[in-house]
Design a protein around this ligand. Structure first.
Ligand code: AMP
Length: 178
């Protein structure tokens, strides 16, 4: 039997890297959490519990760290997995959205046939910072006029107020708040 894990253990296992990838950023490195089998499964189970029974049909993951838990959630929720990716990665026609993130600029893409109006979507990324990435992802998902969108992150940098950018109409859950 594995060790009993708490949210505090997950928080303590996430490594902080100052000034990465640029000066002033406190980078939350989840690799030190994910390499621990008990913490890895605890995080997956905790996220799953929040969305079990909500009728989610598709889990959308944001490249690349968002793919890790999004694909596990899709498997556990018996939903499909949809990737939102950086430019030049998706091979078929896409919708795209450009935005600024905590460090630099980015564009995200989704395949034009990824979702449909009957879908109930869970959007997942590892971390909510300014909310730019998730807002761009929500804008892409909204092109499909889906029934409902839930949003989940492992970590939230509350001082950057990403939640405010995402708006209260979106149902947002985060496991760890900094
Ligand atoms: P944002 O769009 O500003 O909410 O940034 C969120 C995205 O950038 C996520 O995909 C994160 O993986 C990454 N990110 C932004 N800031 C950090 C940070 N301080 N530590 C780790 N990842 C970050």
């Amino acid at each position: 039997m594995g060790t009993i894990i708490t949210v505090k253990d997950v928080e303590n296992s996430i490594r902080n890297i100052p000034d990465f990838p640029q000066k002033g950023i406190q980078f939350k490195d989840i690799t030190t959490a994910l390499k621990n089998p008990d913490i890895f499964s605890f995080v997956a189970d905790e996220l799953f519990k929040q969305y079990e029974g909500k009728g989610i049909t598709k889990v959308v993951g944001i490249e690349s760290r968002g793919f890790i838990m999004a694909s596990i959630l899709a498997y556990k929720l018996k939903a499909g997995f949809i990737p939102i990716r950086k430019p030049g990665k998706l091979p078929a026609p896409t919708f795209s959205k450009s935005y600024s993130l905590e460090y630099g600029l980015n564009t995200l893409h989704i395949h034009q046939d990824a979702l449909d109006k009957d879908d109930v979507v869970l959007l997942h990324d590892d971390l909510l910072a300014t909310g730019g990435s998730a807002s761009a992802a929500v804008e892409l998902i909204n092109k499909f006029d889906v029934r409902n969108i839930y949003i989940s992150f492992i970590c939230e940098l509350t001082f950057l107020k990403g939640r405010e950018i995402l708006g209260t109409e979106n149902n947002i859950q985060t496991l760890i708040k900094y």
